[in-house]
Write a protein that binds this ligand. Structure first.
Ligand code: NAD
Length: 260
């Protein structure tokens, strides 16, 4: 379905981003993976994508805190792989703390990585997509783009911001063959969720099991984590021709969380 296309997925050295990169590669796309982590592990991930799917996979070390590096990542993809047809703005971090104690540096980093990086990547990728008359921009938002939870002020603000960015850009490129959507997962079991458990235990004075049951899955009527494969499959569907009328949409995949 995606043979001859190139997908750039930010934050794809683990979790949902890696799932998306693998799903696109499985459909024949060449992929640019990006993110932090151990160099040898990243190289193993990159090589495995090439071996498993017979596509080209390139790693970009661009830091999503740095606008120039983000622009450089898009330029590298266009130069080395010929185009950026699919862009998934997925890199993200989390910090859990009451607002009056929220570290200013954490606020700035979350807004930069979870929101501003998407703007910088979109800004750099849209001209090429317009030229070719085809593009798919998918922003990994969150159920927190639609509803809030306490102690996540920066994350919820960034994800609501992503929803606004998604709708705005979708309107701007609606006649250029480019769709722009936000996928809003509920809780997916990834390192990002695992890492926030200790802080949530502290902020709410709960045990690990209580955090999983009474905080995380409390909001999710299915009482099950969403899987990486389900989110990646949704992203791949949005790249299909069948999905070409879906644009400017804020799309939950959250086990019923935001139905409440
Ligand atoms: P993850 O921690 O597994 O992945 C995050 C990725 O972002 C990693 O590859 C990491 O290296 C990368 N990253 C972090 N800081 C970076 C930086 N400065 N520059 C470049 N890359 C950077 O987490 P995940 O759960 O897969 O999260 C992916 C996205 O999904 C995030 O935007 C997150 O907010 C969103 N999301 C996750 C869940 C969930 O329950 N896991 C739910 C809703 C939305």
């Amino acid at each position: 379905m995606l043979k001859g296309k190139t997908a750039v997925v930010t934050g794809s050295t683990s979790g949902i981003g890696l799932g998306c990169a693998r799903a696109f590669a499985a459909e024949g796309a060449n992929v640019v993976i990006n993110g932090l982590g151990d160099a040898a592990e990243i190289e193993a991930t990159r090589a495995a994508i090439e071996a498993d799917y017979g596509v080209t996979c390139v790693y970009s070390p661009a830091n999503m805190l740095n606008a120039e590096e983000i622009e450089g990542m898009i330029q590298m993809a266009e130069k080395d792989l010929g185009s950026v047809d699919i862009l998934v703005n997925n890199a993200g971090i989390q910090h859990v703390s009451p607002v009056e104690e929220f570290p200013i540096g954490k606020w700035d980093a979350i807004i930069a990585i979870n929101l501003s990086s998407a703007f910088h990547a979109i800004r750099a990728a849209v001209p090429g997509m317009k030229q070719r008359g085809w593009g798919r921009i998918i922003n990994t938002a969150s159920a927190h783009a639609l509803v809030a939870s306490p102690y996540k002020s920066a994350y919820v603000a960034a994800k609501h911001g992503i929803a606004g960015l998604t709708k705005t850009v979708a309107l701007e490129v609606a006649q250029d063959g480019i769709t722009v959507n936000a996928i809003c997962p509920g809780y997916v079991w990834t390192p990002l969720v695992e890492a926030q458990i200790p802080d949530t235990m502290k902020a709410r004075n709960l045990t690990e099991e209580e955090v999983k049951r009474d905080v995380l899955l409390k909001a999710q009527p299915t009482k099950e984590f969403v899987t990486i494969e389900q989110v990646a499959g949704y992203a791949a569907f949005l790249c299909s021709d069948t999905a070409s009328a879906i644009t400017g949409s804020i799309l939950p995949i959250d086990g019923g969380w935001t139905a409440q």
